[in-house]
Each structure stands twice: as C-alpha cells, then as structure tokens.
Design a protein around this ligand. Structure first.
Ligand code: ZN
Length: 315
C-alpha cells in the first residue's frame, strides 16, 4: 500500500464527526504545561506524549523525517505570530512550526492574499509541533512540517488579542445541506487565495471540503490547471489545508507522495462520492469501533528518536 493510500483510511478512522470541530476547538491564554511522564522510555508510550511535551525545535540541521502522517522534523522554523499580512491563531497549541520552505510559503501566500484577494491578510491555523510528530488532537498529518491550515476567514484589519486568537471562530463556508458553498460567505477572494496557494510550484495538494471544490470548479476562470491540486476532503469547511512536496535535497528520508492526477477533478463523477448521502450523513456504526492504540515511536522513523533527544533550539 502506498503512503498516499494509507492516509485516507487514517483520516476516516480518526472520526469524521470530530473533523469539523477540530479547527474550531478553542484554546486558552494560560495553557498548563503537561505533567512529566512517569516512564518516558516505555516503548508502548504514545509518541504524541513525547512530541507534545517539546516546546522548542531540535537544535539540529533541518531534516524532514518520514511521511506526513508518521514522521517528525528536525530544525523546524517558527512562523512569527504576527506579520504585516498574517496572524497566527490558537497560539496555545504551539503548532506554528514547519520546514523553512513552508514558513516562506505561508508568508508569500499572505502577501498574495493581500494583493490578489484584497484581504488585509490571512489567519494561520495549525502547522506542526516544534519537532513535528503526532498530536494529542486534530490531525493525522501535519507531522513533518510540510502541512499548514489556513483559515477561510480573512485576517481582520487589526491585531487580534491573545484571547481572540484562542476564542475567535472561523466562518463556515458550506451550506446547511452540505451540497454547496454558502454564497453569502464564500467570495471571489476565497477563490483567489486558494488559487494563489495551488499555483505555488512546491504545493502538491490542497484539501478543501467537496462543496468548496465544486464551487471552485464552477467559478474558476482563465487558467484552471491549478484545480488538479485541490482535492476534496472531509472537514475543511472552515479552513483549507496546504501540503508541500518534500523540499529539494531532502533525500529518501522524506517520504513524499505522487503528484495528483493532471485532470481538474471537476466532472460530476469525480465529486459524486463526496455528495452521497452516506458520506454527507454517515450513520454511526452499530458497535463503536475500538479506539486504536496511539502511534508509538516504533511507527516513526528511527531517526525521530534523536530529534526528541536533541537540545532545544534557541527561542
Ligand atoms: Zn490540516
């Protein structure tokens, strides 16, 4: 099974009902540090327990280790929490870290959102933890510093308070019946920002809700080649997800994915699956599935142990 085929069942098994809620989970301006682990060397311990306790990146040269949904990153860079054209949300999660190429991309995209969409800027959601790895909440991927969530809500024309960054909600883009976008809130600016992201050569995939994909297919004018990168996915109705390729020079330790098919993915048959009633309104299983044991260090590349053990990079 190729890594790409592994990802979708992973996302599904994490619970669709929660998918939309994750992006909206509120944080706190006063996050409590996690208590120390009694047995940090226990091989059965969840890797999220270990990575979730790292506050700063590993002081090592930048290396992407593993796959989007099972890996880590050494030498990650932090996105500054304020820029002229971006602000980071949910600071308490400490997930504004990534490969320097991803950080540069987010900055560049924020300028394009300003120029092309007329937005004051973008609101940035989750990227990765300081050393990547699995997380306590929210994502199967985002583990190697190559994924970033961008809110589908423009940055307001002022600096948000710490409290607002934990509390503010993004705007739901999808209509109540889930069959299309809500035209009152989905604007040409949204299309322009998603297009700008998709036109970046290093971006390999963008995930949006199927209703948003449908709207992009209908409304895109001129060059439509970028639509092939925009893939329907559960959730992603308040934010979109950018995934970049393994950066040049990464070597085999960065496990990439094949490029998506060249076609726009706009034919009714391409989207039919996502609008089936069983997908829009899944029935809860008769017997709830057993919770899966958490991913342990054995599921991650062996070199992620060194990333965990490394000293903190300078703040
Ligand atoms: Zn995401």
């Amino acid at each position: 099974m190729t890594p790409r085929l592994v990802l979708i069942p992973l996302l599904i098994s994490m619970g669709l009902a929660n998918a939309a809620a994750w992006a909206q989970d509120k944080g706190t301006v006063d996050p409590k540090p996690l208590p120390p682990l009694a047995n940090p060397n226990d091989p059965k311990i969840g890797a999220k327990e270990l990575f979730g306790r790292k506050v700063l990146p590993a002081a090592m040269p930048t290396r992407v280790l593993g796959f989007y949904a099972h890996g880590c990153i050494a030498g990650a860079e932090g996105l500054p929490i304020n820029g002229d054209t971006w602000q980071v949300m949910r600071l308490s999660r400490n997930r504004y870290w990534g490969h320097p190429d991803l950080v540069a991309l987010v900055k560049r995209l924020s300028e394009k959102a300003h120029k092309d969409a007329g937005w004051p800027g973008i609101l940035v959601g989750d990227m990765s933890q300081p050393r990547g790895g699995p997380m306590f909440t929210g994502h199967a991927s985002h583990q190697v510093g190559l994924d970033a969530d961008i809110w589908l809500t423009p940055m307001p024309n002022r600096k948000l308070s710490r409290n607002e960054r934990e509390d503010m909600s993004a705007v739901m883009m999808v209509r109540d019946d889930r069959l299309d976008i809500d035209p009152k809130v989905f604007t040409p600016g949204h299309l322009a920002v998603i297009r700008a992201a998709a036109q970046e050569p290093t971006v390999q995939r963008i995930f949006v809700n199927a209703a948003i994909k449908k709207a992009l297919c209908r409304e895109a004018r001129g060059d439509r080649h970028w639509l092939s990168k925009v893939r329907p996915m559960y959730g992603h109705d308040y934010h979109f997800h950018i995934r970049i390729k393994c950066p040049p020079g990464s070597g085999a330790e960065c496990e990439g994915q094949p490029d998506p098919a060249e076609s726009e993915g706009c034919k009714p048959a391409d989207l039919a699956y996502w609008f089936k009633d069983s997908v829009l309104h899944p029935k809860p299983p008769a017997t709830p599935p057993k919770p899966k044991p958490p991913m342990t260090m054995a599921s991650l590349p062996a070199s992620c142990k060194a990333v965990l053990a490394a000293t903190d990079a300078k703040p």
